[in-house]
Design a protein around this ligand. Structure first.
Ligand SMILES: [Cu+2]
Length: 143
């Protein structure tokens, strides 16, 4: 009985989290992005659930760079990418090759669970218009 009740609460919490993310994506500021952003048609990919017990890999978004710019992870090991926006405007962390886009509002933090892909270097950037050109680029290095 208790287990079932607890499961229900967890589901409700997850549902609220999901709604919050969807709400974030529907912010008016995010509409009308450049046409080359194919994310805009479906609102981008929401953050993935965190992986219990996996290491946390922090990265900060600032105006206009990533700290650190090189993120190193080990292959065949899931991790939780903890993205914190320390800037004054919305930013995101987009890894095209992995289909990842994490949008974070100023002062907010989003943690997304990721499965480290095959070894290699995966470029990421902020897809907010002009930010990539301003230097918001980095690399996820899987070794
Ligand atoms: Cu940005």
């Amino acid at each position: 009985m208790h287990g079932m009740a607890l499961g229900g609460v967890v589901l409700i919490v997850l549902a609220f989290l999901a709604m919050g993310m969807l709400g974030g994506w529907n912010m008016p500021g995010w509409r009308g992005g450049p046409p080359h952003m194919d994310w805009s048609s479906r609102g981008g990919s929401p953050a993935q659930p965190t992986v219990a017990g996996a290491p946390v890999v922090p990265v900060s978004l600032v105006d206009f760079t990533f700290r650190p710019r090189d993120i190193r992870v080990r292959t065949e090991q899931p991790f939780n990418l903890q993205v914190t926006n320390q800037g004054g405007i919305p930013h995101d962390l987009t890894i095209p090759a992995l289909g990842v886009q994490v949008v974070v509002r100023p002062g907010q933090q989003v943690i997304t669970g990721l499965q480290a892909p095959v070894p290699g270097t995966y470029d990421f950037y902020c897809s907010v218009p002009g930010h990539r050109e301003a230097g918001m680029v980095g690399r996820l290095i899987v070794e």
